[in-house]
Write a protein that binds this ligand. Structure first.
Ligand SMILES: Nc1ncnc2c1ncn2[C@@H]1O[C@H](COP(=O)(O)OP(=O)(O)OP(=O)(O)O)[C@@H](O)[C@H]1O
Ligand SMILES: [Mg+2]
Length: 277
């Protein structure tokens, strides 16, 4: 009997011999994901596991392929090759709606919120609650207040405030809260704190932690290693379109993370690039 490959070994099982059994342990697993744009290979051979209830930080230099990778999971485009597993089952995600139906919410940096609508309206846009063919404003308002309070989002004055009047951090919080209200199981955040000040960043990081503590898987892209080390349970590093390392945050320190980001390898902590659980 051959031994089972390590879970972050970067190797898929041979396609002929069936599915890698480790995928059933994770909410989301990517195997051999590649994405080309014509001759440009933006992402190649990515094997990544994302567990529920943990924050997985996806890091890498500009152009490393982070956004392209998460957009394959978010249904913006299909992978050129490779498989996506959701709770151990292979899925084909053809659109953001299909991703949402699985429980995948993506919060992009340029948030798709409507400035001219208030917080409640943004929460329910396209999913409005109705009662006797009328919008059930009270139900939506109460549910919005409840979720904001459960997530300790306390800085917004009124749920009837127009989103256009909110600060960047508050807008992030609303976008994340909306993902929670839609019962998302995986929340993907692409540089949610890039435009935020210190206090607002701290609020969003705390919110990310609370999502994970509620059992939600968070896939969090960031360039800020301080933020990454303060909130992540796991780290995944991309370099020139490939995933060069991933494992528990304890396997990394700032120096090894910077080396992996800039060169794709590190000698500093051998554990960082070794299979680990
Ligand atoms: N729609 C597209 N068409 C062609 N090439 C693209 C497209 N989107 C991204 N790319 C290319 O794919 C590569 C990876 O880009 P990606 O946006 O994933 O980088 P990133 O890791 O998110 O970088 P950053 O940290 O700067 O956001 C880049 O070389 C980019 O030019
Ligand atoms: Mg990007």
């Amino acid at each position: 009997m051959s031994s089972t490959p390590g879970f972050s070994s970067g190797m898929s099982l041979d396609g002929n011999s069936g599915v890698d059994p480790t995928v059933s342990q994770f909410l989301l697993s990517l195997r051999g994901i590649a994405k080309n744009f014509g001759a440009v290979q933006a992402v190649q051979h990515v094997d990544l596991d994302v567990p529920a209830g943990q924050v997985t930080a996806l890091i890498g230099d500009n152009g490393a392929g982070k956004t392209v990778l998460i957009k394959t999971v978010a249904g913006i485009w299909g992978p050129s090759s490779g498989q996506i597993y959701w709770n151990g089952e292979e899925v084909h995600i053809h659109s953001p709606r299909e991703a949402e139906a699985l429980g995948i919410a993506t919060v992009y940096q340029d948030l798709a919120l409507c400035d001219n609508l208030d917080i409640v309206q943004n929460m329910y846009l396209g999913h409005e609650e109705t009662r006797f063919s009328m919008l059930d404003e009270i139900k939506m308002e109460l549910a919005t207040k409840k979720t904001l309070s459960e997530l300790s989002v306390s800085t917004v004055k009124s749920v009837r405030q127009l989103v256009g009047s909110l600060s960047g951090g508050q807008r992030q919080a609303i976008a994340v809260t909306r993902a929670v209200m839609r019962d998302s199981k995986l929340v993907i955040m692409d540089e949610p704190t890039a435009a935020l000040g210190v206090a607002q960043t701290a609020q969003v990081l705390a919110l990310i932690r609370r999502l994970a503590d509620r059992g939600i898987a968070v896939l969090y892209i960031s360039h800020n290693l301080n933020d990454v080390f303060s909130v992540a349970d796991r780290i995944a590093v991309m370099h020139l379109g490939t995933l060069v390392s991933h494992g528990p945050v304890a396997n990394y320190d700032t120096t090894s993370a910077v080396e992996l980001i800039t060169t794709g390898e590190t000698k500093r902590t051998p554990a960082a690039s070794a299979p680990a659980n």
